[in-house]
Design a protein around this ligand. Structure first.
Ligand SMILES: [Fe+2]
Length: 244
């Protein structure tokens, strides 16, 4: 049977958020910030403040875009569901990050079938105010656009995306700190990441490009960088590895 077409909003209409939406945002925000205490990268906490993200208020995209425009020139583009790769990377290459604007319901607070705005906005958007991070992000978008019709090369690039933007760690004074959005927005991942059960490996373009991942389990291996500049510096190697 054909899956029913999503009725998810394509544009953020702020007055349409319900009391339940505000409650869901509030609970997730406070809970996750507590889970991240001391284990998330300082840059993320600073960025949350710069963007004025707080538990009491679902972010208003117009305000977020105005702030981002002045810092890095990035903006968020609302989409109803996760974007197909062609659209997603094309927007990235133009300094736009596609995000949803709907929230999970209260009775699904711990269960997420597909990324909602708590993942997209809380976890991804703050670092769009970080210059080194966004330089890398834009380059990934540009490279992906140029290999969009080559499934092998695209898969290699998606692995880089997965182990940095979604599940990346950064090393600070011998401690691992989280910057990947897939960890930032997930209770399970943020608890798993620093346990001895998961392995931490040094970021390496070639290794990551050959590391297939699963999206349906918590990760058992994470890759760490020493600085966000390291991501930008890896772009030449990424291009070389996929021959572009
Ligand atoms: Fe994500």
């Amino acid at each position: 049977m054909k899956k029913s077409v999503s009725k998810k909003p394509t544009k953020q209409i702020y007055k349409n958020y319900t009391k339940e939406d505000f409650k869901v945002w509030n609970i997730l925000f406070n809970r996750q910030l507590k889970n991240l205490e001391g284990i998330v990268a300082d840059e993320f906490i600073i960025a949350l403040k710069d963007l004025n993200f707080k538990a009491e208020k679902i972010p208003n995209f117009i305000e977020v875009n105005n702030t981002l425009k002045n810092i890095t020139g990035w903006s968020i583009k609302t989409v109803p569901n996760i974007s197909p790769p062609e659209q997603f990377f094309s927007f990235l290459s133009r300094k736009k990050f596609t995000t949803t604007c709907w929230l999970r319901s209260m009775n699904q607070i711990d269960y997420l079938e597909e990324p909602d705005m708590f993942h997209d906005v809380f976890a991804h958007v703050p670092l769009l105010s970080n210059k080194d991070y966004t330089n890398f992000f834009k380059e990934i978008g540009e490279i992906a656009v140029s290999v969009i019709n080559d499934p092998v090369k695209l898969k290699k690039l998606q692995r880089i995306y997965w182990f940095t933007i979604e599940f990346g760690l950064i090393k600070r004074n011998n401690d691992f700190k989280i910057y990947g959005a897939g960890i930032i927005s997930s209770k399970e991942e943020s608890q798993n990441v620093l346990s001895s059960k998961s392995k931490k490996k040094k970021f390496d373009v070639n290794t990551i490009m050959n590391h297939s991942f699963r999206i349906d389990v918590v990760q058992d291996i994470y890759y760490y960088i020493d600085s966000f500049e390291e991501l930008t510096s890896s772009i030449n190697e990424i291009r070389k590895n996929i021959n572009i």
